[in-house]
Write a new protein. Structure first.
Ligand SMILES: [Fe+2]
Length: 168
């Protein structure tokens, strides 16, 4: 079974949505850090392009996650993200810049590891076991969509796993 089939069987939606070419957006995405105003500008620039997903799945809010090598506490955060977990709400990530690695696990504990880049849109349904890390690039900007931010805590499954990385 291909990684794409494995991921689809889990109910994960993995689509290509080309990043909009809104004026000014590329320059903002090229920065490492973004202040609150700049983050809001990015959300404003790309929000309309995911209006269909918001309508279909009832996502009411969105924000931008920005990680880069100088993000305070980055390595500690990555050590949490790369532990297998689930959420009570969908995890939706629209990658606008940089790279990330998702691991998806089935009920038997088989894991498939995929790399995501700008233009990748993922909807991980509530309850699907997964984990995440960055690549060596240590940079990502992703739009997050939420139906209910309160329902979006991580529930760690305590499944024993090694470090998350792309297979050589
Ligand atoms: Fe997650």
């Amino acid at each position: 079974m291909s990684d794409l089939e494995f991921v689809a069987d889990l109910g994960v939606q993995w689509l290509r949505r080309p990043v909009p070419t809104t004026p000014g957006l590329a320059a903002l995405l090229a920065q490492d850090a973004l202040n609150a105003e700049e983050q809001a500008a990015v959300v404003q620039a790309v929000g309309a392009s995911v209006a269909d997903a918001c309508a279909t799945h009832g996502y009411h809010s969105m924000d931008l996650v920005v990680l880069h090598p100088a993000t305070p506490g980055l390595e500690a955060a990555l050590q949490r993200f790369d532990q297998p977990h689930t959420h009570a709400d969908d995890e939706v990530r629209y990658i606008l810049e940089g790279e990330g690695i998702f691991g998806f696990l089935d009920a038997q504990g088989e894991e498939r590891v995929v790399c995501v880049r700008a233009g990748d849109y993922l909807r991980v349904p509530a309850g699907v076991e997964h984990r995440f890390t960055l690549t060596a690039v240590r940079r990502i900007k992703a739009l997050r969509l939420f139906a209910d931010t309160a329902g979006w805590a991580a529930h760690y499954t305590q499944r024993p796993v090694g470090p998350l990385a792309m297979k050589a």
